[in-house]
Design a protein around this ligand. Structure first.
Ligand code: TYM
Length: 342
């Protein structure tokens, strides 16, 4: 059976991009795969997090998973810091990954900005920890948005180099084909793998954009969602009737993609209904759809986070189950690498 792993950072402002690019697909995969979904708190602290805010955000991401429809009994929902094997394997991977590989990571360049000397060492090593998250479960499939694609390529490079470097000892440990770590595949699916800012169709929708009007947060109420869509940037032309008419119109393209993803249809189908019409009509329909789909999730998140002990119980149960799997992998890794112990 395929084993799915994915993670979301608890850094506040969980938004429509996280939902349509990742969480919707997490929910869908449950029916045919074994799934492990992680709140990656170790990744969050690569940039400064106020401890009280971090606690709140960890519970909020877990609540969003459950509110969106992830079943924490049938699958595993937990937070990364409670399974120390992630950090343990990341250290081994820090010694497998090459500086040249890390230097190519575009997300580090974006996040570190101009003041690179002042970025944390953790931010630089971030993709190595991400590889460890996936491979400590020897996961085969990873649902993610477009922006994480490069990190998945690095994960495969690390897996391949580990398998090559330790080939003899991997075989001696009983993995006859020499394939200890799988080549984990990214699953980048749906019409909204890269949701853009509502204020600028050329910029990614992001948690850290200073303008709250640039994104729809999962915790937004109906009025806020409506306001943000009403104010969303558009161009003066009516919507085209065919997809190729969206080329060079990033804002229109983005809103049509969002509609298609929320409705579970394709951009072509959306345009066959709204093409030729004014933006105001389309925006009205998008508001109704977004409120209908996101409203109940926001309300359920609020209900779930009002009782921290409920969420904490789910995370503790998930962490214990994850740890059983992760410690099994680490036992093999230690043997393969040549560490002595039992
Ligand atoms: P994070 O927390 O930034 O985002 C969580 C997920 O949401 C997707 N996403 C988007 N999708 C479409 N449009 C957008 N505007 C948008 N913004 C974010 C992301 O691609 C991601 O799938 N490094 C990861 C977290 C992580 C992880 C992992 C993921 C840590 N370990 C292991 C998979 C496997 C991150 O920062 O995601």
């Amino acid at each position: 059976k395929d084993l799915v792993f994915s993670g979301v950072q608890p850094t506040g402002n969980l938004h429509l991009g996280n939902y349509l690019g990742a969480i919707v697909n997490f929910v869908k995969l449950q029916s045919r795969c074994e799934c492990i979904y992680c709140v990656v708190d170790l990744h969050a602290i690569t940039v400064w997090q106020e401890p009280a805010e971090l606690r709140k955000s960890i519970r909020e991401v877990a609540a969003a998973f459950i509110a969106a429809g992830i079943d924490p009994k049938a699958h595993i929902v937990f937070n990364q810091s409670q399974v120390p094997e992630h950090a343990e394997l990341a250290w081994v991977f820090n010694c497998v990954a090459r500086l040249g590989w890390m230097n190519r990571m575009t997300q580090f360049k974006e996040k570190a900005g101009k003041d690179r000397e002042n970025a944390s060492l953790g931010l630089y090593a971030y993709p190595s920890l991400m590889a460890a998250d996936i491979l400590v479960y020897r996961a085969t499939h990873v649902p993610i948005g477009e922006d994480q694609k490069q990190h998945l390529e690095l994960t495969r490079d690390i897996a391949q180099k580990f398998n090559n470097d330790f080939k003899t000892d991997i075989e001696a440990a009983g993995f006859a084909d020499g394939l200890f770590f799988p080549m984990a595949e990214p699953l980048i699916t749906g019409p909204a793998t890269r949701v853009m800012s509502l204020r600028d169709g050329t910029k990614k929708m992001s948690k850290s954009d200073p303008s709250d009007y640039s994104r729809i947060n999962l915790a937004d109420d109906a009025d806020t969602i409506a306001q943000k869509i009403k104010k969303a940037k558009t161009d003066p032309e009516p919507l085209p009737s065919e997809e190729k008419g969206l080329e060079g119109r990033p804002e229109a393209d983005n809103l049509v993609g969002i509609y298609a993803a929320l409705a579970g249809t394709t951009p072509a189908a959306v345009l066959s209904e709204y093409g030729g019409g004014q933006f105001s009509t389309f925006k009205g329909a998008l508001i109704d759809l977004a409120v209908a789909k996101l409203g109940p999730i926001g309300a359920e998140m609020k209900r779930l986070t009002s009782d921290a002990s409920y969420i904490d119980g789910i995370l503790a149960d998930g962490s214990a189950r994850a740890r059983v799997l992760a410690s099994e992998t680490m036992r093999h890794v230690k043997e393969i690498v040549g560490f002595v112990g039992k």
